[in-house]
Design a binder for this molecule. Structure first.
Ligand code: NAD
Length: 490
């Protein structure tokens, strides 16, 4: 038995007693045993959130909600290393990277702590001095949240912080492989006095523990971050009860490099874009689109640098990147590269599993692939691993057309020394975030999300909070009168 579900303010085990053992992907060692919920546990959590919301448990003033979030941010900073250690053990990611994630998570809570209550609604002119007409924002109600394993607590924070700032109750179902930091977060919310039932945590497989969050009539909104195929299922299931849906899905993100770019910076950032966290990043720069005149030199340099990347476990201080999340995921990446080679692509480096000491974990070597063409699976589908392809272009129009030739639209970058061209290309790229002469930075105060099949809605920034609100128009006639529309005479 493992009391790691947090339902109605209490730590409980799964009703049917199910458990799951979590292993570190860096070496297979056991990290912990957590409860494995069934849909009945999730339904109990939804009922608790519904009761808490309907009873007004979190109906405190917006400044009080803001103050609570600021205290969460402070507590997360105090417990940073404990959280970072748990994140690294679940994901295999470097401890220093997890520490950076924890700073970002605290900043997210801090941002929404400050934003809470800033939107006080607006009075609109009804054209009649006797009428007070105002538009106000209210919490959506009960929010279902489903998150992936790559940035486990960061993705949770992007949902929990704005949802609490706006006054909602929620049920969170984090990825089944990486539950520990979500458990720790619930501990912080509980410790700081969040009323029972406002925050609920269920753990377990998506199709079982997660499914009620998109189908249940008592859930008012489902916010999902994860893969495209799951996102489609969740949107379809949510349609039955016409609940609000926010989807943060995958990406196939182009990194466009013109010949006049700062060469060294462009190579270095292309390396970061593709291989940070072994490419298990929704915004990974997995498609390099480089001007023909520098393509060979650029690729040679990228290959040289990629071969030098040192892989290792979370606490190996010489390691620059870690393992993939699981044996299954590594096999998917392996099959994906193999299929690309069968279609005619050429592996310039990598394309293999780690050897020697790395054999105890799920390591895959940083992989650079050229001789690809638009339409090949390597260029179309998300690898979600350390795999980058090289495409080339001759003109600016070709660069834009290539970079937009994807059904995803999450993020992209343009590298050039020409400021006019940078702005032109940035405005023509159909992706939710565009970096100019950079790759990967994001800000809690700037919206994040995808165009096309990378999703609907936005996280972070003011729109990220608006997702968790309903808009209501209140029309107050202070001088009620008979309308005379229908005759009162027989
Ligand atoms: P996934 O879709 O397999 O799983 C994500 C979550 O959904 C998990 O918690 C899983 O248990 C749950 N789930 C699965 N089936 C479900 C169902 N039928 N009902 C309810 N929940 C269900 O994705 P993953 O492999 O964990 O994550 C990788 C994907 O996430 C990649 O495609 C990546 O691009 C994407 N991602 C996107 C962003 C973004 O901001 N756009 C951020 C991180 C990751």
């Amino acid at each position: 038995m493992s009391e790691t579900l947090f339902i109605d303010g209490r730590w409980v085990s799964a009703r049917q007693g199910g458990t799951r053992t979590i292993h570190c992907p860096a070496d297979g060692s056991e990290v912990g045993v957590v409860a494995e919920a069934t849909s009945a546990d999730t339904e109990a959590a939804i009922a608790a959130a519904r009761r808490a919301f309907d009873a007004g448990a979190w109906d405190v003033t917006a400044p009080e909600r803001g103050d609570f979030l600021l205290r969460v941010a402070a507590r997360l900073r105090e417990r940073k290393d404990e959280f970072a250690r748990a994140e690294s053990l679940d994901t295999g990611k470097r401890f220093v990277e997890s520490q950076i994630d924890m700073d970002d998570i605290a900043s997210c809570f801090q941002y929404y702590g400050k934003v809470a209550g800033q939107e006080a609604g607006r009075v609109v002119d009804a054209g009649d001095p006797a009428v007070v007409s105002k538009v106000v924002s209210e919490p959506v109600g009960v929010c279902g949240m489903i998150t992936p394993w790559n940035y486990p607590l960061l993705q949770v924070a992007w949902k929990v912080a704005p949802a609490l700032a706006a006054g909602n109750a929620f049920v969170l179902k984090p990825a089944e492989l990486t539950p520990h930091t979500a458990i720790l977060l619930m501990d912080v919310l509980d410790e700081l006095g969040l009323p029972a039932g406002v925050a609920n945590l269920v753990l377990g497989a998506g199709a079982e523990a997660g499914a009620p969050l998109s189908s249940h009539p008592d859930v008012d909104l489902v916010s999902f971050t994860g893969g495209l195929v799951t996102g489609r299922k969740i949107a379809a299931s949510a349609a039955e009860t016409v609940k609000k849906v926010a989807l943060e899905l995958g990406g196939k993100n182009p990194n466009v490099i013109f010949a006049d770019a700062d060469f060294d910076a462009a190579v270095d950032n292309a390396l970061n874009g593709a291989f940070v966290h072994s490419g298990q990043v929704c915004s990974a720069g997995a498609r390099i689109v480089v001007e023909e005149s520098i393509a060979e030199r650029f690729t040679d340099e990228l290959v040289r640098r990629a071969r030098n990347i040192r892989l290792g476990g979370p606490f190996d201080e010489s390691a620059e990147s870690g393992p993939l999340i699981s044996a299954e995921h590594r096999q998917k990446v392996t099959d994906y590269v193999k299929a690309g080679v069968e279609e005619g692509a050429r592996v310039r480096c990598g394309g293999e599993w780690g050897t020697g000491e790395l054999e105890q974990g799920y390591y895959y070597l940083p992989t650079v692939i050229d001789r690809v063409e638009r339409g090949m699976s390597l260029v179309v589908d998300e690898a979600f691993g350390p795999v980058v392809t090289i495409e080339t272009f001759g003109t600016e129009d070709e660069a834009v057309a290539t970079a937009n030739d994807t059904f995803y639209g999450l993020a992209g970058a343009v590298w050039t020394g020409d400021a006019g061209r940078a702005e032109r290309v940035a405005s023509r790229l159909r992706h939710g975030t565009i970096w100019i002469n950079d790759f990967h930075p994001y800000l809690p105060q700037a919206e994040w999300g995808g165009m096309k099949q990378s999703g609907t809605g936005r996280e972070l920034g003011l729109h990220g909070m608006a997702e968790y609100t309903e808009t209501k128009h209140i029309y107050h006639n202070t001088a009620p009168a008979v309308t005379g529309w229908f005759s009162d005479e027989k």
